[in-house]
Design a protein. Structure first.
Length: 139
């Protein structure tokens, strides 16, 4: 957790004075896993949405599209620029509106396929830990 918080601070996502807006999830959707948001430049939004196997709630303003993912979807993942990972649903945006409602009762976009697509968009190789902390290495 500390590592994740320090990473966010280093990327300037928790800076002071940043105006944030809470993304209002529809009350009819179950968000039992908690929610975080991943923002990408608006110019990439349609392309990403068209290629994902499933898309949850997506909010947009003029600059960014915000995708709802389960809380902790940044654990051991380094989301590359131009993506912005935000813990919770308070994002730096101006009047975001819900532009995509999922077909089922889950507000989430699956984070791993989304992460891989963002890496491809950024031209970077995916980067995650080989082993989860506290696990015994395979022999």
């Amino acid at each position: 957790m500390l590592r994740t918080t320090l990473h966010r601070l280093s990327r300037g996502l928790l800076g002071e004075g940043t105006r944030t807006v809470r993304l209002p999830l529809p009350t009819t959707l179950s968000a039992s896993l908690g929610c975080d948001a991943v923002g990408v430049p608006a110019r990439h939004g349609f392309r990403l949405m068209a290629r994902l196997p499933r898309t949850g709630c997506v909010f947009a303003d003029d600059d960014r599209w915000w995708w709802i993912v389960p809380a902790g979807s940044d654990f051991e993942l380094d989301w590359p620029s131009p993506a912005s990972y935000v813990a919770g649903t308070s994002v730096p945006a101006v009047r975001p509106r819900l532009i995509h409602w999922p077909d089922d009762r889950s507000p989430y976009t699956p984070p791993i396929p989304f992460y891989l697509m963002v890496c491809q968009l950024a031209g970077t190789a995916p980067s995650w830990a080989a082993e989860a902390p506290g696990t015994v290495p395979a022999r």
